[in-house]
Design a protein. Structure first.
Lengths: 434, 765
């Protein structure tokens, strides 16, 4: 259950590393220096591979494999795009990286760009992260001044620069092709795949898109070696992962842990401080909101990709939302259904109309207008959404709804029979105990 | 509409796969929807529309099951693969289709009884064939105030919209005006214009055709008819020489709608129409429409009569022994032109026949080069546009050139007018008389398959440029496509009808009686000269559809049918002979021009052997080499090219033509919504434009002329007064005039052969 601050280097340093000098003193830039001085791009790419690092944005696709899809012989320049549109409910891990340790992210983008032969990097940051955008902007300026960006980086023949681009507040722009559309100045909507971004991404050019945390993991991998990284965790879940924990816990926040070494119980009770007196664990959305909700039976599950999958949920973006027994599953599910309805881009019919329908049904149940057949209807409507849309928004957005009406069916039945679900107490009550 | 792309099942390379248990094949790369359609299996679609570019995959209507692939696949975006096993009718595929329709209908208002789309609505049809019989959605539906006028022509009903993005993709990717966008997101998505202004342009009406629900409907057609109340006739547009294939919708004896054909002509318009072609039809019942035959008894007294009596009177006037001249206008069909020739050659004893149009002797070498159809622009390596202003004068050409560019063609433009195609590539702006020099200045890439689009009027006015272009095109192996000036100019040329003769004879006092067929020469180029020459003509027989100075003063007036009201053949500028079909009969006091001419021949005791339009065309085909082998039946639904004319014998380099008169050289443009047809149609009232003079601001300043001022233009041929607009996109030292309707007098500034001319400008104070 130990904490291992690999991407949260500033926590080791005990201070924000928002100054290039401070970052260097904390061991920063070592990975980039090593790569440029001693390693061919292919060797760097192989290091990504060997580390076993999986994408930290939610899908968990092996990062090295994704990077290796970038064709070497393309007529168009390749790009690295950093997905900083951190919008998954309950997830705020990237925010701390950008706020406190921005140079490690820049170094990670540089390493990825070097490995795949990219001409330029982009950071697509969600519009609401105004402060973080300022920090990154300042970091970019310092990096340019220090010769870490621009032409002939650190005296090598590697030219690379990074452009910061602020989104305008849409969950769908965290979907990689929706992000690319938005970055191109278009309406943020997912594209038809194939072609995948690795082949035809930004402006139709080969594009590597990775999450902030994924890219921030790269400098230590190159610096300390992929075997060191792969030695943490399990074969399929290597390295460390930041869990953002929020909800009815007494110490919500970010905790970077080694995969598999910590269980959900340890995360909730030891790191996050458990619950208010007299309250007990009821449910958790372990990997952000777009996952199956689990109950106390999952508490002893080790936090890694395969164990959480075996427990019927997924690690996702590790934005762990926890609810104690004061919470209302009906209202929580309605709130999440509302979120997906509100964030649906409207391109695919099943998502556009289906998320609206699911919200309406749940609203009726919460308001005491529910019918018993509505529970089957939710199942069937969700069944007509899942697997029939372009992107993961609705594909996974139905998971918390469907899992809730199965795992916590009693609460929905009670709401239908008793004329609605009582509103839960406001969250300020929890804060008062913290 | 053409929802599915054509599939060539006879292509050499075929991929074999299994479709609903049948072994079938399609060329590699074919999308499953198209392959299935080619094999008689309908996979329903909404957003898929091959003319809008690559598939979008948004509506999810075309879900099918493919063995070995997880879940359901969108057939619109899944190419055929060897030995793939596809089921469009399995329980899972059917659940996919039923599911999407259930979701689409959840918020659809189902106001079909008051919806113009009702009865011809893909959403209705798909629901009936593939969808659920009832809904499980019990919540209140989404509501918007409706309808919302998107423009003076199109209304938007946001409740009915299923967000298929077709209209947005048309605007973004076909007309490339970027005007339409999807606003907001999710269930609140709605169609809007980017600027918030009306959706106006040259091609807006196409979004009505491609909307698969009743969200975008035609304002002129609003609440006019139900599909079961109407008859649809496939025909050809007669408002410019492009020859777009159209479908005319008639109800109760009137044309009430013009749309693209369900099966478009891929060689011509691909199903896209310009707004003039689509919305000019109310002109057929406009106030100036001629409905009653008239016999003029004295200078200021005319008597309404029957058609019978009027034809008798016409025969009497023509057959009295005076010297007759026959003038045929560019809207006359091949049949009308042919009978006019036969009438002149036979009963009228060899009377001269002249078409109104450009003589164009200098164009023979260009016309003899291998010709291209508009469809050949797809896949061309280079599209060279010489002269003209296709977006205004041959509108659908713009869409075909834009498409060619999207498919990879380089586009280059040379000419005197600034126009919308210039932005698609390199361009050189020529001053009048300088086309040959500008052409020589243009560096053209060496590419396979180049097509040159050349403007008939501009190159006829600059024979040196025509000769240079013909040489260049022959050297480079370019195919040529004429940007014609007149609707059926090519058809009348195919008949061997000259563009001069009657005027000269009239000027020499050798014409006593004039017969006009869809023609009023006093309104067009050389109008004043014609007016002076015709002053000596004693009597006139006019076959015409609309009032004009000449028709109003005719001795005998025979009201004729318009191109929407008669059978016949038009030959497009690309040399494609295509059939007109009568959607409705003309007004009771009118008849098709060919019938009137035949009746006159009968009255003159020379009945020809042919009695119908088809027989007339067959006789013309037998008599005229250019039409050899053609017949109405042989033209079929999509028409056939006429024979390419023989190349002329080389006769050295033609000299440039000196413009007549003094002052600034004049460049006249026929604006898309500026002509008589647009001005007659009340539907186009909000978009039509008038005549105007355009000068570079420096040119105007030099002459002491101010924006908005009325300026008198004088050429050796005529004069008129126009409001001045200053625009720095135009060259200095040139006077540009938008022609406007005939009454503006702009075309009368030109000599009878539309040759080059100069104008003197003077403020009208």
């Amino acid at each position: 259950m130990p904490i291992a601050n690999v991407v949260y280097r500033h926590r080791e340093a005990g201070a924000p590393l928002t100054d290039a000098g401070a970052y260097e003193r904390a061991g920063g830039w070592a990975g980039l220096k090593r790569a440029l001085a001693e390693m061919q791009p292919d060797e760097v790419l192989y290091a990504f591979h060997r580390s076993g690092l999986r994408g930290r944005g939610g899908a968990g696709f092996p990062m090295g494999r994704k990077a290796s899809f970038i064709p070497k012989d393309s007529a168009l320049p390749a790009y690295v795009v950093c997905n900083a549109d951190e919008s998954e409910p309950g997830t705020f891990k990237d925010r701390e990286i950008m706020e406190m340790n921005p140079f490690q992210l820049l170094e990670g983008i540089l390493l990825a760009g070097y490995a795949v032969g990219a001409a330029r990097g982009y950071i697509y940051i969600r519009g609401e992260y105004e402060h973080q955008a300022r920090v990154l902007d300042a970091a970019l300026a310092q990096a340019r001044e220090g010769g870490f960006l621009g032409r002939g980086i650190l005296g090598s023949s590697f030219d690379f620069d990074i452009t910061l681009y602020r989104g305008a507040g849409a969950y769908i722009c965290g979907e990689e092709t929706g992000l690319l559309e938005s970055l191109e100045g278009k309406r943020g909507q997912p594209r038809l795949k194939p072609p995948f971004p690795a082949v035809a991404g930004l402006y139709g050019a080969p594009t590597l898109i990775n999450n902030v945390e994924t890219l921030t993991s790269l400098p230590p991998i190159v610096d300390r070696g992929p075997d060191w990284y792969a030695s943490m965790g399990t074969e399929k879940s290597t390295g460390t992962k930041v869990f953002s924990i929020s909800g009815h816990v007494l110490r919500p926040g970010n905790y970077e842990i080694v995969l598999h070494e910590t269980t959900l119980r340890e995360l909730v009770y030891d790191h996050a401080g458990g619950f208010r007196p007299g309250r007990d664990f009821k449910a958790a959305w372990v990997g952000g909101s777009s996952v199956n909700v689990v109950g106390p039976e999952a508490l002893d599950t080790p936090l890694d990709y395969e164990s959480l999958a075996a427990a019927g949920t997924s690690l996702g973006s590790a934005g762990c939302i926890v609810m104690d027994d004061s919470g209302s599953m009906v209202h929580a599910t309605l709130r999440l259904a509302h979120f997906y309805r509100h964030e649906s881009c409207g391109k695919c019919t099943p998502c556009r109309e289906g998320t609206l329908w699911l919200e309406r049904i749940l609203r009726r149940i919460a308001d005491g207008e529910g019918r018993m057949e509505d529970l089957d209807l939710i199942d069937q409507v969700a069944g007509r959404i899942g697997g029939r849309v372009l992107c993961a928004l609705a594909d996974t957005g139905i998971l918390p709804v469907v899992s809730a009406i199965h795992r916590f069916r009693d609460e929905f039945v009670a709401a239908i029979e008793e004329g609605g679900a009582p509103r839960p107490e406001p969250m300020m009550e929890v804060a008062a105990h913290g | 509409m053409g929802d599915y792309a054509p599939v060539d099942l006879t292509a050499a390379e075929q991929v074999e796969f299994e479709l609903n248990g049948r072994r079938v094949s399609a060329p590699p790369g074919t999308m499953l929807v198209d392959a299935a359609h080619a094999h008689g299996v309908r996979v329903p679609v909404f957003c898929y529309e091959p003319r809008l570019g690559p598939p979008l995959g948004a509506c999810r209507m075309c879900l099918v099951e493919v063995e070995g692939m997880r879940g359901l696949q969108t057939a619109c975006s899944t190419p055929v693969q060897p030995d793939m096993v596809v089921r469009t009718d399995s329980p899972l595929a059917k659940d996919g289709q039923d599911g999407v329709l259930e979701l689409l209908l959840a918020n659809h208002p189902l106001d079909c009884p008051v919806c113009d789309k009702g009865g011809e609505c893909p959403l209705q049809d798909h629901t009936f064939e593939f969808g659920p019989g009832r809904t499980r959605f019990i919540e209140p539906k989404r509501h918007f105030p409706k309808p919302l006028d998107l423009s003076s022509l199109i209304t938007l009903d946001r409740e009915r919209c299923i967000a298929c993005f077709r209209c947005v993709r048309f605007s973004q990717g076909v007309s490339e005006d970027g005007a339409l966008v999807m606003e907001d997101r999710g269930a609140g998505s709605e169609i809007a214009t980017f600027t918030g202004d009306a959706y106006e342009g040259r091609f807006t009406g196409n979004v009505i055709d491609i909307c698969p629900v009743g969200a975008l409907t035609s304002i002129p057609y609003r609440f006019v008819a139900r599909p079961w109340d109407v008859q649809n006739a496939p025909s050809v547009c007669g408002h410019c020489p492009v020859g777009c294939n159209v479908e005319l919708t008639a109800r109760e004896g009137e044309v009430r709608r013009v749309t693209g054909r369900p099966d478009p002509n891929w060689e011509v318009e691909e199903g896209w129409l310009c707004d003039k072609g689509r919305f000019a039809y109310p002109g057929d019942r406009a106030p100036g429409r001629l409905r009653e035959p008239l016999i003029r008894e004295s200078r200021d007294r005319a008597r309404v009569t029957t058609l019978e009596e009027a034809v008798d009177a016409a025969a009497l006037v023509l057959g009295r022994g005076g010297r007759v001249g026959v003038v045929v206008g560019p809207e006359a069909t091949v049949e009308e032109g042919f009978i006019a020739q036969e009438l002149a050659a036979g009963p009228l004893g060899g009377a001269p026949v002249q078409r109104l149009g450009i003589p164009g002797e200098a164009l023979a070498a260009l016309r003899a080069l291998p010709g291209a159809q508009l469809g050949d622009l797809d896949g061309a390596g280079l599209v060279l546009v010489v002269g003209g202003d296709p977006p205004n004068q041959q509108p659908v050409v713009e869409l075909r050139v834009r498409k060619a560019r999207r498919l990879g063609a380089r586009v280059a433009c040379v000419g005197a007018r600034p126009h919308a195609l210039e932005a698609l590539g390199e361009h050189r702006r020529a001053v009048p008389g300088g086309l040959a020099a500008a052409l020589a200045d243009l560096e053209l890439p060496e590419v396979e398959s180049a097509v040159v689009l050349w403007d008939e009027a501009d190159l006829a006015a600059e024979p040196d440029a025509a000769a240079a272009l013909a040489r260049l095109a022959a050297e480079r192996g370019m195919r040529q496509l004429e940007l014609g000036a007149d609707v059926n100019g090519a058809g009348l040329r195919a008949l061997g009808m000259p563009a001069r003769g009657v005027l000269e004879a009239a000027q020499a006092g050798e014409i006593d009686v004039l017969l006009t067929v869809h023609a009023d020469p006093t309104e067009g180029p050389g109008g004043a000269e014609w007016g002076w020459a015709l002053g000596r003509v004693r009597q006139t027989v006019a076959i015409a559809t609309h009032a004009s100075p000449l028709a109003d003063g005719a001795t005998v007036l025979l009201p004729a049918a318009t191109h929407r009201e008669q059978e016949g053949v038009y030959v497009s500028m690309a040399g494609r002979a295509q059939r007109l079909r009568a959607a409705v009969p003309g007004p009771p006091g009118s008849a098709p021009g060919w019938e009137l001419l035949l009746a006159v021949m009968h009255r003159l005791g020379a009945p020809p052997a042919y009695r119908t339009a088809a027989q007339t065309f067959a006789a013309a085909a037998a008599a005229r080499p250019a039409l050899a082998g053609l017949s109405h039946d042989a033209l079929g639904a999509l028409g056939r090219p006429v024979a390419t004319p023989a190349p002329p014998s080389p006769n050295g380099a033609p000299a440039p033509r000196e413009p007549a008169g003094t002052g600034l050289p004049l460049v006249v443009t026929r604006m898309i919504f500026g002509d008589a047809a647009s001005h007659r149609s009340d539907a186009l009232a909000a978009v039509r434009t008038g005549a105007e003079l355009v000068l570079h601001p420096a040119e105007a300043a030099r002459r002491g002329l101010a924006e908005g001022e009325r300026v008198r233009l004088r050429s050796p041929s005529g004069e008129c007064a126009l409001a001045l607009r200053c625009d720095p996109a135009h060259a200095e030292g040139v006077a540009y005039a938008a022609a406007g309707p005939p009454a503006s007098g702009v075309e009368r500034l030109l000599p009878p052969d539309r040759g080059p001319v100069r104008v003197e400008l003077a403020a009208e104070r």
